[in-house]
Design a protein around this ligand. Sequence first.
Ligand code: NAI
Length: 300
Amino acid sequence: MSELRYDGRVAIVTGAGHGLGRRHALELAARGAKVVVNDLGGDRTGAGASAGPAQEVVEEIKKNGGEAVANPDNVATEDGARAIVRTALEAFGKLDILINNAGILRDKSFKNMTPDLFDTVIAVHLRGSFLVSNAAWPHLRDNGYGRIVNTSSPAGIYGNFGQANYATAKMGLIGFTKTLAHEGAKYDIKANAIAPVAATRMTEDLLPADFLGKLGVEKVTPLVAYLVHESNEETGQVYTVGGGRIAKVFIGEGPGHGWQDDFTPEDVRDNWEAINAADPLAFYKNPGEQMASLTRQLSS
Ligand code: NAI
């Protein structure tokens, strides 16, 4: 089988100064893509800023014979997001691939979760992905081509103690991704999300050391690279990835229980088992399909 190459493609990877983003940027550049390495260069909580990390990754790419430019802007501001996209257009003349990866952590149990902690995390992960995608979108549409990967998390899909801010942002990214997939379809823009687990500064003190040893970032990047390749036809999907395993996440709806006439809270109680039944599950591609199943039931 032929190697997956990205010659002639221009990619933006946000938060590519460390961890997963750095690995994605190195891989795409090694396979011929021209890469904008964006990173604000702060610490794990998002405090501080430095152009150093993005610049170091660019130097590494160049040393390996690849092409890249550094961008130190903040994904969480409109000006920053626009500047990231502008960097791609000015340096390389177009844009094909966007990997929204930048992220921070501000964990607190919900009792101690403040509006500031909530807003800051939403601003980087969710609004930041929106802002950069929003700035990129007209160019991808004009291009008639685009590949977007958004970085969600198992914490978003399943919820996680101490991460009401982060989980909200990460689940929001799934609805966002699925909507971009619908709206991008006729322009050959594919949007997918990953929910990774990997050993980075974000997880170094959260997971046991022996487990971390099996969770190298290089075990996440192959999925991302495939999803942003022109041969990928999948869109609107979510994949968990880490430690050498990749799995599709399904959002399924059970068969449910229906009433033709008025029903009471007691009817709900008495049919709780049927309402919660998980077999068979339906996997709808859009709200229209879900509505169609309701229409069928109402007319039966
Ligand atoms: P990391 O901390 O090594 O990398 C995140 C990068 O984003 C950093 O280089 C940071 O400077 C940059 N960044 C933060 N705020 C930024 C902003 N406003 N603008 C531009 N750059 C910014 O962490 P890691 O683990 O590589 O995380 C990458 C993504 O993967 C994040 O979205 C994270 O939430 C997600 N993720 C990671 C998991 C893991 O197990 N490592 C698990 C689930 C999701």
